[in-house]
Design a protein around this ligand. Structure first.
Ligand SMILES: C[S@@+](CC[C@H](N)C(=O)[O-])C[C@H]1O[C@@H](n2cnc3c(N)ncnc32)[C@H](O)[C@@H]1O
Length: 360
């Protein structure tokens, strides 16, 4: 039985986890201000954005490499869907202050997007809902008239024609949380928010690492079970730190511990080779992982690297490599129907083929 002190401790730990969202948003703002990336929406989600100090060059480069890799995977998904004459759904778990919905919904491949869902703790979705309501620019992308946008659940949720912001703790049993939020009616008498028959991409950017591996596996299995019966292509990508058993990793773990943040989700993944298992063990057919160091080396064009080198002086190249090799993007594909692998099997970074279950 948990004591009052226990539950207070757990609440504090959750508050510390939620604070990582501000770090992520400030890092993105910094990379925008320094010219690494373009994102006209991030300032709406960072209070007093003009007063924030830029992050060091090493962090800006990391933000650039990670953002470029994830943009590439998302764009490829949208392009494949468009080529097949279909539309898709994107579900971003632990979305925090991410601006991707606005970038996709105003971008080249916007017609391929049917539905975009963001999930986070209610404290974070409330903050995000307020930022959205305050900004004409953000609202304008959600809908053309005020009646397009409904704020629900005491200000913790937003529903718009293509966009849903939903509060949930992803550690709770997904059959009830995700099942109620996504697989049942949207509350307005309509159909479920998530159609089981549209190609769907799941994004987990720096969120599963804060959860126990068993809870993360439950979330992935819930999606696999939701889409498998309809033989619908399901893609997923995870970006986070791994390989924390070495001296660099131990320093990172201790730094976070001093901020009351622990990383139980990194424990099953001591090496790059172990990362695809998170998908292969939960029902996906194929998966692959690349470190940010490798992505920077082999997936970013020489012109882009040249452009970056003109933005800021980066003295610590060895330190940069050390940091980048502790972060990875892992992508997994469930391609249940015959022929689906033909259309979707090339999805990935740097032309790297997926590793299939039997080869692990
Ligand atoms: C490091 S931030 C990343 C935010 C965003 N994905 C990005 O990359 O910019 C981690 C986010 O995951 C959310 N998160 C962590 N654990 C969660 C849980 N159990 N349920 C829902 N959200 C969670 C946090 O509240 C926070 O917004």
């Amino acid at each position: 039985m948990s004591t009052h002190a226990d539950s207070h401790g757990a609440r504090d730990a959750d508050a510390s986890i939620r604070l990582t969202d501000s770090d992520a948003a400030i890092a993105r703002l910094s990379a925008v201000q320094k010219g690494y990336i373009h994102d006209p929406y991030i300032t709406h989600f960072v209070p007093r954005a003009h007063l924030q100090h830029p992050r060091p060059p090493l962090i800006n480069v990391g933000t650039f490499v990670r953002g470029t890799a994830i943009d590439d995977l998302v764009d490829q998904w949208l392009v494949t869907v468009g080529r097949l004459g279909r539309q898709c759904q994107i579900v971003s778990m632990g979305a925090g202050s991410d601006t991707r919905f606005w970038r996709v919904a105003t971008g080249t491949h916007k017609d391929a997007l049917a539905t975009y869902v963001e999930i986070d703790f209610p404290e974070i979705t409330t903050k995000k809902a307020m930022a959205i309501r305050k900004s004409k620019e953000l609202n304008g992308v959600l809908g053309t008239s005020p009646s397009d946008i409904r704020v629900n659940h005491g200000g913790t949720a937003i529903h718009a024609p293509k966009y849903h912001l939903l509060p949930a703790d992803l550690r709770l049993p997904p059959a009830t949380t995700l099942g109620n939020l996504l697989a049942t009616s949207d509350g307005a008498g309509g159909s479920a928010i998530l159609s089981p028959s549209l190609p769907t991409l799941l994004l987990f950017e720096c969120v599963l690492v804060y959860m126990e591996p068993s809870s993360s596996d439950d979330v992935l299995r819930w999606f696999v079970e939701y889409f498998s019966p309809q033989e619908t292509p399901l893609g997923a990508l995870v970006y986070e730190m791994f390989g924390l058993g070495d001296s660099f990793g131990k320093v990172m773990v201790n730094n976070l511990k001093s901020r009351n943040v622990s990383l139980p989700g990194a424990e099953p993944y001591p090496t790059l080779e172990t990362l695809p298992r998170r998908f292969l063990n939960t029902g996906f057919n194929g998966a692959r992982a690349l470190t940010l160091r490798e992505i920077r080396r082999s997936c970013i064009s020489a012109e882009e690297l040249e452009r970056l080198s003109t933005l800021e002086m980066l003295d610590e190249v060895e330190e940069l490599d050390l940091v980048l090799e502790h972060y990875a993007v892992t992508w997994g594909l469930l391609a249940p129907a015959p022929g689906v692998q033909v259309s979707w099997g090339g999805w990935g970074l740097g032309g790297r083929p997926l590793i299939y279950e039997e080869n692990v």
